[in-house]
Write a protein that binds this ligand. Structure first.
Ligand code: 7TS
Length: 404
């Protein structure tokens, strides 16, 4: 079992107060807090061996290169990718998706179809709409039911030999639904369509096995996994890495440059133009090591307990409705109280030191589906406690009493 008291001591920010109250941080789906191991890793890099990588013969550059490539190896091992060069460092999930969408510009034509799910973050919608504009391909939507689960029969009905690509999130940021990605990938592959999975919301809760999933592309952000902002990865099967063109041109991504012709570097450098977020990449590795030391089984078990408890307690509040009631969920609860705007609840609970997100959560199609302007979203991490759930429930009850 997980020792939450000890774990909380790893996170300096959890000791602070907000508006005179102890901070209760329940906005983990937006970004996670950082343990000292990750903060120290960044300080250590800039204090001891800051240098540019992959280019210097000098000692600092070699140390920085080794640490950066070691982080790539830690990440490869964590996600069970076959080869380290299938892990491309990016600025985060959004950039990873744009890189792939850009790569398909010349691979799609009019008449082709690409499938998106009804429960995506805008970053897994808009780049594909832009791709459709460039290519004339058509975007089609896999629908969901009232519980916030994808309707797999309808997915199967949409799949055809016209389908070239399917992109679905592993976990919905607004609902917490865990999608059956193995089944989704298998069904797409049966028709030779490629699959991109957006793992931004999954990877802090679940350890995905990319080899077993046989996925083509998997993207995620370090900052949702106790790592820093501005860094993430795109896992890309080697065959796709060879097939897709570079995303950006510049230093580091070339083999040879003349004014007549440039040849590109091998993977992963072909997709890593310019000086990367070196400290960020190294700290991402440290974050993954930190999470694995706690253990994903223990994290999943504890977060499920928190989710069950919070769901039961919040449901005691009259007029409170939860959106996202599917069978497979991570520790995210989106809710509204009848007659009250989510923003007003968010503002009052903040006065009591509690951080939740309110609004459409960059997933407007989900809000349109439920015909609501937004929700209040409480998202829990392994460092949250039942006492914090109690604080949330009592603050929401108080807000309801004030606003009704
Ligand atoms: N995909 C999903 C499912 C997400 O939840 C997010 C961020 C992104 C993509 C984009 O990630 P980025 O790191 O490139 O910004 N989601 C949220 C959220 O739910 N609240 O704030 C950010």
């Amino acid at each position: 079992m997980l020792d939450v008291t000890t774990i909380r001591n790893d996170f300096p920010i959890l000791q602070r107060e907000v508006n005179g109250k102890p901070l209760v941080y329940l906005d983990n789906a937006a970004t996670s807090q950082k343990p000292k191991a990750v903060i120290d890793c960044i300080v250590d890099y800039y204090s001891r061996y800051n240098a540019n990588i992959h280019r210097g013969v000098h000692t600092l550059s070699q140390e920085a290169t080794d640490a950066y490539e070691q982080a790539r190896e830690t990440i490869r091992e964590h996600f069970n990718a076959e080869k380290a060069h299938e892990i491309i460092f990016t600025a985060g999930t959004t950039q990873g998706i744009n890189l792939v969408a850009n790569g398909f510009s010349k691979l799609l034509k009019e008449g082709d179809e690409i499938l998106v799910s009804a429960m995506e973050h805008h970053s897994n919608i808009v780049p594909w709409q832009m791709l459709c504009e460039r290519t004339g391909a058509t975007l089609r939507v896999i629908p969901m039911n009232e519980e916030g689960e994808l309707i797999l029969d309808e997915y199967e009905a949409l799949l055809s030999e016209k389908t070239k690509l399917v992109f679905v999130n592993h976990v919905s940021n607004a609902l917490g639904t865990i999608n059956p990605i193995k089944e989704i990938i298998e069904k797409a592959h049966a028709l030779e369509a490629a699959v991109l999975i957006d793992g931004a919301q999954a990877c802090s809760h679940i350890k995905p096995d990319l080899h077993a999933l046989d996925v083509d592309f998997y993207v995620t952000s370090a900052h949702k996994m106790c790592g820093p902002t501005g860094v993430g990865i795109l896992y890309m099967k080697e065959e796709w890495g060879k097939k897709l063109p570079p995303y950006q041109g510049g230093g580091e991504m070339i083999a040879e440059v003349t004014f007549e012709k440039t040849t590109y570097a091998d993977l992963p450098h072909k997709f890593e133009a310019g000086t990367p977020n070196i400290a960020g990449g190294i700290a991402f590795g440290a974050a993954i090591t930190y999470l694995n030391n706690i253990g994903f089984e223990a994290i999943e078990e504890y977060e499920t307990e928190l989710l069950t408890y919070a769901t039961e307690q919040l449901q005691q509040i009259e007029g409170l409705k939860i959106y996202g009631t599917g069978k497979a969920k991570t520790s995210v609860i989106s809710f509204n109280i009848e007659g009250i705007h989510p923003y007003d609840i968010g503002t009052i609970v903040d006065k009591l030191g509690i951080a939740v997100r309110t609004g459409h959560h960059c997933a407007q199609p989900i809000m349109d589906f439920y015909k609501i302007p937004g929700t209040v979203r409480a998202s829990f991490a392994f460092y949250n406690t039942k006492a914090e759930v109690d604080a949330l429930v009592s603050a929401v009850q108080r807000a309801k009493n004030m606003l009704q």
